[in-house]
Design a protein around this ligand. Structure first.
Ligand code: GDP
Length: 334
């Protein structure tokens, strides 16, 4: 549902992990010192074996938990995968998770091996020597996966602020700047939209939810100028949106007060239509402003040619917004 990367736990580095395990092992040992009766070799075996097994399970379980809570790249919703691929090296990320898996299993195995060795120790002193040997080996395994832990920690930092979108029917609002997209988003949804960081642009991604179960996304800086002017990263942004959008509302401003000509706006619509294979509703906005019949004609000719659906609206004067909502629901129901 929400950003799946927020579930990745805080990454502990080798020293912190060893400390965490040490503290737990000492606690267990403290209890055992109070409750275990018997001669010194027998007591040492029990206490040292428990320390070893506790250490192995604290570290092994921690690593297993990181793996369990980290979304697998291959099962990711393609919108998130697209973002992942631009922000991190996914091969290294996968390899790192594999390394953690190996370390988790290996440390648990070491716990068993050294636990058994302690049980067979001949002297009390030997039990603690064996435990120290065990700690040395665990520490070297953790040193070996240090770069992998770092890789996941960095990915976690980069990914925890990517936008939260829900896996529900989604309408993307597109159009040049100042045509009225954000005003429309507010009118179509209930609350103030959530503004999320979008890794591809500096402007963020605005998400709003309607009471009829549809998510609306306005992406300033993404679908607001010709796609051929885009760099690689921005193209990823477009691809990501392509995965997200079930349909598109393309907002046109016939008054050209937005600062872009009707021709420019129709060219962008044309590109979006070719890039996104989803239904497009064209919203001709600001019809409360008069005197733009010539531009309206141009738009209507283009739309008839393309066989596209359009509605004349005014987001500011609330004209035809109910019709637009009904049209969206119709289209989204298929
Ligand atoms: P965005 O950049 O596409 O999100 O555009 P905005 O929603 O910020 O709107 C840009 C400007 O157009 C603002 O000054 C709005 O007040 C104005 N505007 C938006 N919709 C209408 C409308 O239906 N009629 C009129 N006259 N102005 C509008």
């Amino acid at each position: 549902e929400a950003n799946p990367f927020r579930k990745i736990p805080t990454i502990l580095y080798p020293d912190e992990l060893m400390d965490k395990a040490y503290n737990r092992a000492e606690k267990v040992a403290g209890e055992l010192r109070k409750t275990t009766r018997g001669e010194s070799l027998y007591k040492s075996r029990i206490i040292e074996e428990h320390k070893v097994r506790t250490t192995a399970s604290v570290i092994g379980d921690y690593l297993a938990n990181v793996i369990a809570k980290t979304p697998s790249v291959d099962n990711l919703n393609p919108f998130y995968r697209e973002i992942l691929e631009i922000l991190i090296d996914t091969d290294e990320f996968k390899k790192s998770l594999g390394a953690l898996q190996w370390a988790s299993e290996f440390i648990k195995k070491l716990g068993n091996i050294y636990g058994r060795k302690i049980r067979e120790a001949r002297t009390a002193q030997q039990t603690s020597i064996i435990r120290k040997e065990f700690l040395g080996r665990v520490s070297s395994v953790l040193k070996q996966i240090y770069p992998n832990l770092a890789c996941i920690a960095v990915a976690r930092e980069k990914l925890k602020n990517i936008p939260t979108v829900k896996d529900i029917p989604t309408v993307v609002i597109a159009g040049y700047p100042n045509v009225g997209k954000s005003t429309l988003l507010k009118k179509l949804t209930n609350a103030e939209p959530e503004v999320n960081a979008y890794p591809f642009t500096t402007k963020g991604l605005n998400v709003g939810y309607s009471d009829y179960g549809i998510q609306f996304v306005d992406t300033p800086g993404v679908l607001d100028r010709p796609i051929y002017e885009r760099n690689d990263i921005e193209l990823h942004a477009v691809v990501a949106l392509n995965y997200l959008a079930d349909s598109i509302i393309y907002v046109i401003d016939p008054t050209e007060y937005c600062g872009y000509t009707v021709e420019e706006q129709l060219n962008l619509l044309n590109e979006i239509e070719k890039t996104f294979k989803v239904p497009i509703i064209v919203a001709i906005n600001k019809i409360d402003v008069e005197g733009y019949e010539k531009n309206l004609k141009k738009i209507e000719m283009f739309l008839t040619d393309k066989n596209m659906d359009a509605l004349k609206i005014s987001t500011e004067k609330n004209i035809n917004l109910d019709k637009l909502k009904r049209k969206i629901m119709e289209i989204m129901r298929g």
